[in-house]
Design a protein around this ligand. Sequence first.
Ligand code: NDP
Length: 308
Amino acid sequence: MAEYRADLLIMGSGPAGYTAGIYAARAGIDALVVAGSQKGGQLTLSSEVENYPGFVRPLSGYQLMEQMQEQAKLQGVHTIDDEITEVDFFDYPFVCNSTGGNCYISKSIIIATGASVKWLGLASEQKYIGHGVSSCATCDGFFYRGKEVAVIGGGNSALEEALYLTNFVDKVYVVHRRHSFRAEHVLKQRLYQNRKITVLWDSEVEEVLGTDKPLEVTGLKIHHVKTDKVRYLDVSGVFVAIGHHPNTELFRRYLKLDSGGYIVTKSDGCSTDIRGIFAAGDVCNPYRQAVIAAACGAKAALEAIKFL
Ligand code: NDP
């Protein structure tokens, strides 16, 4: 157990966290990044990033985050592999405790803890997580080579997951509860042109089906919301891609959250109701874009520098 003191503590090591660190370090601020449970953040799970400016050829999310981490390190940002589990924003300087048993005392804080996957909430889904139910095609797609799988959802994440899975599987069913996607045009075009993908519109998953010994998924029970008909789909894998929720529970006692759980910020988009505490990235906006998170991180750092 150690005690760390910093001018600026940055919680989270995604694009928002590292960008904040880079800006703070360049301003001569003693900035400390506490990486969180997933070093590099959610982007490390993205197979390809095509829309981050400055990279002509697509690169993996992992590669992009490696670059950011290296850049932050070269600028003098110190990153610790630890996760904050307790905060006290009532006292000043602010005090945070971690899973590693460490205590962090800081004059200012940038919260960049990102977002986590949403699940459908079915008991059968929970039963098979890690045994055929997944939220990450990049991590688990490989295991379904030559098989048939389903992706649940109709946003950018679902379509990206479905397209990525076609690299391995024979067939992908996209199961969506409505009759139109909210994903962007280019992804829809790619999806419709891919012969391995079939879309099941107006369809909701009622149950994930499978065996106990071994614990594995064998199919889905699907309900058509317009005809009320039930159909069974034989699939070995189910990829849930129905969105994310911000990782803000830790701060509920101290900061105003909106109905979606996002931290409410002032008109600058990063200052909170507590002076010296700032938010950046997916904790305070729903865009889930690396470039937006990075920009928020830069802005939060500039505001923290002003505060300090
Ligand atoms: P979204 O919120 O955009 O989409 C979630 C999808 O899941 C919707 O189609 C929604 O249905 C469906 N859904 C939600 N809850 C349920 C449920 N309980 N049961 C069944 N279906 C459900 O989330 P995404 O993660 O796709 O995207 C979030 C943000 O991140 C967006 O702003 C997106 O643009 C961005 N993003 C961008 C990427 C990129 O630029 N390449 C990649 C990934 C994400 P319905 O449509 O009916 O509401």
